[in-house]
Design a binder for this molecule. Structure first.
Ligand SMILES: [Zn+2]
Length: 274
């Protein structure tokens, strides 16, 4: 049974309640695969089952994290132990993965919506996987994933990264671009699709987050017309700017796979939308 859904060759996602994990293969394929993010706690079995359905008994070459928020590392330790694999993350996320630093607590006063208030209960870490975690190389490469690069897309967290494949412009964007307005309980329950910036209550630097979203979603898509919007939006501050971006980009949001421009930048977002 195929539990995960393929959105591009060698790229498939699996939802764990409100957040996705992604299965990614090198380009060209060489028999290896990597798990991107590790979902909510208690989902190690379903993730492992989906992995088995895709790859048989072959464990991943590594687990790569877009960032270390609780909903991306919940099942990390169990999976990494079970598969006995290294974990890669941006160097700025390492304090959250080595027991040294918590994230700032969610701020329920920004963004609005019931989920922002529920977010006060979200854990802020850190976890400690010191023996397994390694920093992603400075040159943008991902060791077990030839053909892919990581981009530093800070703002949602300091060390947030997105994964990009040059040959067909597939982007695994983590929480830098999502498809559900995560502050809204109604939207979370219905998973109503709209292209959206990261959850406001859990985002520490909005102007940086906005720059990251624009850079990855518009500029790198090579669409000159949309890139022009950068000037108009980059000066704006706070959540309103994120909402403005979302409104500007809303027509682009479709299902879990969005085509960001006619130049085909496929964005696989962390949050499921359909
Ligand atoms: Zn996050």
């Amino acid at each position: 049974m195929q539990l995960s859904q393929e959105v591009a060759p060698g790229v498939a996602w699996l939802r764990t309640v409100m957040v996705n994990v992604v299965f990614v293969e090198p380009d060209p394929p060489d028999g290896r695969w990597v798990l991107v993010d590790a979902g909510l706690a208690g989902h190690d079995r379903v993730i492992a089952r989906a992995a088995r359905a895709r790859y048989g008994d072959r464990p991943p070459a590594a687990i790569v994290l877009t960032h270390a928020h609780f909903d991306h590392v919940g099942s990390l330790k169990r999976l990494a132990d079970q598969w006995d694999v290294p974990v890669y993350a941006h160097t700025l996320e390492l304090p959250h993965l080595t027991g040294r630093r918590s994230y700032p607590p969610p701020d329920p006063t920004v963004g609005g919506g019931a989920m922002a208030w529920i977010a006060r209960l979200y854990p802020c870490g850190p976890i400690d996987i010191s023996t397994r975690v390694r920093a992603l190389p400075d040159d943008g490469s991902i060791p077990p994933l030839p053909g892919w690069r990581w981009w530093h897309t800070p703002g949602h967290t300091d060390g947030h990264v997105s994964l990009f494949r040059d040959t067909d412009r597939v982007l695994v964007s983590g929480d830098a671009v999502i498809t559900v307005r995560q502050e809204s309980l109604g939207a979370v329950l219905t998973q109503a699709a709209t292209l959206h910036g990261p959850p406001a209550y859990f985002t520490t630097n909005w102007s940086e987050a906005l720059g990251s979203v624009l850079r990855e979603a518009l500029q790198n898509a090579g669409d000159q017309k949309k890139t022009k919007k950068k000037g108009a939006l980059s000066g704006a501050k706070g959540f309103a700017a994120g909402a403005g971006l979302a409104a500007a980009a809303a027509p682009l949001a479709r299902s879990n796979r969005a085509t960001i421009s006619r130049q085909e930048c496929t964005v696989l977002k962390s949050y499921r939308s359909t």
